[in-house]
Every structure is written in C-alpha cells, then in structure tokens.
Design a protein around this ligand. Structure first.
Ligand code: C2E
Ligand code: MG
Ligand code: MG
Ligand code: MG
Length: 289
C-alpha cells in the first residue's frame, strides 16, 4: 500500500512539474506576442518631494493584460523575460513608451514629472543600450534630465568592465541614475561611491517596519545619513501610513513614494492626481506658486 502511495505521489509530483514547465512556456510564448499585440501598458506612480510637497517624479511600472492569462504582475513576467532575450524587446518598448510619455507631459501645461524607468541587467549589458537611450531622447525631444534610470544592486555587482564608464557618461549627460531596492541585495557600500549615482531608493521592507521596529528606524537613519554624506538623494518606497511619512521626513528623506501618496495609475489619471500634498502647500516658496 505504501508503495502504491509512493508511486501515486511521484506521479503527482511529475505532473506538477509538467504543469509548471507548461505554464512557463505558455507565459513565454504569450509574452513574445505581447509587444506586437499591444498588450503592454505603463502605469505611473507619483513620487513627492518632502521639502516642497510637490510631485516631482513618477516611476513607470509595466502592466500586462493577456486575453487568456488575464492580468500578469511584473514580478512574474519580468523574471521570465529576463531568462530569455525577450527582455530586450520588452525593455526597449518600456524605454520608448516612457520617453514618449515624458515628451507628452512636457508638451502640456502643468504636469512634467521626471520619469523614472526600471532597467533590467540584461538590457543594460546590451551593447547598443546607451545609444538607444540617447536616440530616443533626441527623437522625442526630451532633455536627458527629464528621465531617471532605476538600476539594481545585481547590475552594480555584475562586474561588467565598462559599467563605471557607461554610468558616468549617462550621468554626465544629465540622465538621473538611481539605485533601486537599496538594502535588499548585496548592499555593498562601495557601490555608492564607485558609481555615478544620483539617488538611492530605500526598499519597502525597511519602510514597512518603521513604526514598530527601532532597528528599522536606525537602519533608515543610517542609510539616509550615509547617502547624504555622498551627496545622494534618498527616495523611500512603499510608504503606506502618515506615521511612516512623518518619520521619514523628520529623518531628512528627500522623496517619498507609496500607496499612501498614490498607487501606480494610467498617465491621464496621474494628471488628475494632486500635484502638491495637502498640508504641505505652506512649504512651497511663493515664487513657485
Ligand atoms: P520596484 O521597481 O521596486 O517597484 C515598486 C513596486 O512596489 C511596484 O510593484 C509598486 O506597485 C509597488 N509599491 C509601490 N508602493 C507600494 C506600497 O505602498 N505598498 C506596497 N505593498 N507596494 C507598493 P510592481 O508594479 O508590481 O512591480 C514589481 C517589480 O517589477 C518592480 O519593483 C520592478 O522590479 C519590476 N518592474 C516593474 N515594472 C518594470 C519595468 O518597466 N521594467 C523592469 N525591468 N522591471 C519592472
Ligand atoms: Mg523601481
Ligand atoms: Mg523599488
Ligand atoms: Mg522594491
């Protein structure tokens, strides 16, 4: 009997594996069609300056809705795309769409946030990446300082020989460079000085425990003071409560992003979203109003 059960569970395990393989193949072949079929969209999440209360940046976050699979979160399909060269095509679409949107916002009165774009490691390692960025900025007439690229610690740890020089050229041209999810990866402090970065984004996991854990509070304080001493700006991500907002502001955090201040949303919804945080208007110098 136990043998039979053993065989049964083996069969179950096998079909489970088949199921997962089939699922990942389905995902990949569907994703291959996503760009040509126009199934990808970008949403934008507002990022507010703590000193002025203004929405000065917005992070572009990719969204995919497929007729068969439904809504597939980026945390699922970006890693799948990164396993093949698909990420290059998807990444190029994201880059162009984000820059196109930046141009459109600049052409309209009112809203013109710096658009922050997530770039994956393989995309960055691609030989033509730099010229792709500059060609798109030129084609859409967007000044380099109107975009920011979000890099991962994995990229900085990748030992790509020409990486410091490449980042330096982008930085020199005015493109903002920010280190995403700081504190979750290798977090080698030497990255912060070795590469030409503008901004460090404190990962949501540190912000989450800010109220309850004095340990997280100390870590956040240390990250902010370290970043500032290296002349880097700090963005806190995943801010969900006013208490977190107040603590981060008191610690000197420069920008905040999170569900409290706005979820990722379509570009035209962002236009209708508050440009200045309520209660922070008094901090804006008269000349700006
Ligand atoms: P990320 O770059 O760290 O983006 C922040 C993620 O946190 C987003 O999830 C955002 O919706 C979510 N988030 C923002 N505020 C809050 C909050 O207050 N609470 C909670 N619980 N979550 C919050 P999303 O859009 O699902 O993206 C997940 C990850 O997928 C991103 O993490 C990024 O690594 C990747 N990703 C998304 N869009 C792109 C893209 O266009 N290109 C690349 N290469 N990766 C992308
Ligand atoms: Mg990001
Ligand atoms: Mg992030
Ligand atoms: Mg994150």
């Amino acid at each position: 009997e136990s043998k039979a059960r053993g065989r049964g569970s083996w069969c179950f395990f096998e079909s489970d594996m088949d199921e997962r393989l089939a699922e990942s193949l389905r995902l990949e072949s569907a994703l291959r069609q996503a760009v040509p079929r126009g199934e990808l969209r970008l949403h934008y999440q507002p990022i507010y300056s703590c000193s002025t209360g203004r929405m000065t940046k917005a992070e572009a976050l990719v969204r995919w809705e497929n007729p068969q699979l439904g809504w597939v979160p980026p945390g699922r399909f970006i890693p799948a795309a990164e396993e093949s060269s698909l990420i290059l095509e998807v990444g190029q679409w994201i880059l162009e769409e984000a820059i196109r949107q930046a141009a459109q916002w600049r052409a309209q009165p009112g809203l013109a946030p710096v658009v922050s774009i997530n770039v994956s490691v393989r995309q960055f390692a691609q030989p033509g990446f730099e010229s792709q960025v500059f060609a798109l900025l030129e084609r859409y007439g967007v000044p380099p300082a109107c975009i920011e690229l979000e890099l991962t610690e994995t990229l900085l740890a990748s030992d790509q020989e020409d990486l410091p020089a490449l980042l330096h050229r982008l930085h020199d041209a005015g493109v903002g460079l920010s280190l995403d999810d700081f504190g979750t990866g290798y977090s080698s402090l030497s990255y912060l000085s070795r590469f030409s970065l503008n901004t460090v984004k404190i990962d949501r996991s540190f912000v989450m425990g800010l109220q309850e854990s004095s340990r997280n509070h100390s870590l956040v304080r240390a990250i902010i003071s370290m970043a500032h001493s290296l002349h880097l700006n700090v963005v806190a991500e995943g801010v969900e409560t006013w208490r977190q907002y107040e603590i981060l502001k008191a610690e000197g955090c420069d920008y905040q992003q999170g569900y409290l201040l706005g979820r990722p949303m379509a570009a035209d919804q962002l236009r209708a979203h508050p440009q200045v945080l309520a209660g922070e208007e008094s901090n804006i110098p008269d000349a700006v109003i």
